[in-house]
Design a protein. Structure first.
Length: 392
């Protein structure tokens, strides 16, 4: 069955998020087969981009409508740049450039989430069972975000998804949960490295910025595609803001690395930091190009507009009022998703971002929630966040 435009947009978004996550993880864990998966996904990504370009071209009925294709070409161009940047990150591994172990440990300890690739053996307790049956997320503290089965990719993973022996599962979660994951799926014991502060303050600061750039670039991609799919210009503006922040961070990291390079006998060990920072900024640039399709009010072919109108979901940004019952409570305590049907994908707290919030993430007055869900659920979320304000 041919894929619709909306199907392609969603798959492009899912693939781009996965390829970026895997690229960063291949460097952090120095795993060549994960780096090779990135290159394979890069080829798949290009196929998706080409497919959506074809659909855009076929949707043009008259020469006067050719300008509408420009918006699709901009999305496609941004997608190429994004996947290329991810490939460049992974190529560090394949070319033998490694981050120093103490830097890796510091990144893993301070990163909110990581992503891993694990092949399910025949004797694994998850083989032949659904994720719900084995209580995968509860036992491991991590969740499966994609499965590769032979040449097929499964992105719409939920508790009813069955895992088979030989499946390659991609999981996301707290880095501290990695040992539990390996113990449960593979019956292997693996210890996490102990992170310590680096002896060189400038390098310590550079690594802190690298972590933030990694997280923000991933967020920018998620928000850009979501803004495009749901037509939310307010979220698109946040992508532009994030890209500007990353531009400034990149220059600061480069200055710090130049300052400390003389302290190393072999300064080439700093190359991965420079490359990751450069690619993170490229990824954010690509996300901005996607967001600017909305902000510059570029026309889209009718088939794209129809696909976006037909979606039953919306993307919203809502500020939590001081009188809100959500204030000073976790998502688990408030059960926002079950009560409203809206899924919180990110939280902006002053100038800081909380990405991929979990059940234990607290919400405070003044927080800006970015949520997606059914159109009819928007009023419920607004009532929770702003109980004293009348619904518009």
């Amino acid at each position: 069955m041919p894929k619709t435009v909306k199907d392609l947009l969603v798959e492009i978004r899912n693939t781009s998020e996965l390829i970026i996550d895997l690229a960063y993880s291949s460097v952090l864990y120095d795993v060549e087969d994960v780096a090779e998966e990135v290159l394979e996904l890069e080829a798949k990504f290009i196929e998706l981009i080409n497919e959506i370009r074809k659909k855009a071209a076929l949707s043009v009925r008259h020469i006067r409508e050719t300008e509408k294709v420009a918006s699709v070409l901009q999305i496609a161009s941004a997608g190429y740049k994004m996947s290329s940047a991810a490939g460049d990150i992974s190529s560090l591994v394949l070319r033998g450039y490694k981050l120093p172990r103490e830097i890796v440990n510091l990144i893993l300890t301070h990163s909110e989430e990581t992503i891993l690739k694990v092949t399910v053996p025949e004797n694994s307790p998850v083989a032949g069972k659904t994720l719900g049956e084995v209580k995968f997320q509860k036992v491991t503290g991590m969740r499966v975000i994609a499965i590769k089965r032979d040449l097929q990719w499964i992105f719409d993973v939920d508790r009813d998804t069955k895992v088979m022996k030989g499946d390659v599962i991609f999981v996301r979660g707290d880095p501290n949960s990695v040992p539990r994951l390996y113990e449960f799926v593979l019956h292997e014991s693996r210890e996490m490295g102990i992170a310590t502060e680096l002896e060189i303050p400038e390098l310590d600061r550079a690594v802190d910025l690298l972590i933030e750039m990694k997280n923000l670039s991933e967020l920018a991609v998620d928000l850009a595609y979501s803004a495009l799919i749901y037509g939310n210009e307010e979220v698109a503006l946040e992508v532009v803001y994030i890209e500007n922040v990353l531009d400034n961070m990149k220059f600061e990291v480069e200055k710090l690395i130049l300052a400390v390079s003389k302290k190393f006998e072999d300064p080439s060990i700093l190359i991965p930091i420079i490359e990751i920072v450069h690619c993170s900024e490229q990824i954010a640039d690509s996300a901005r190009e996607i967001a600017e399709v909305l902000l510059n009010k570029m026309e889209l072919p009718e088939v794209f507009k129809d696909a976006m109108k037909k979606t039953g979901e919306i993307l919203v940004m809502v500020t939590v009022d001081k009188d809100s019952p959500l204030h000073n409570k976790t998502l688990k305590e408030t059960r926002v998703e079950s009560h409203t049907g809206m899924h919180i994908i990110a939280i902006k707290r002053k100038r800081e971002w909380v990405m991929r919030p979990t059940a234990n993430t607290a919400i405070y007055a003044g927080d800006i929630l970015i949520a997606k869900g059914p159109r009819e659920a928007e009023a419920e979320l607004l009532n929770l966040c702003c109980p004293t304000k009348p619904a518009s």
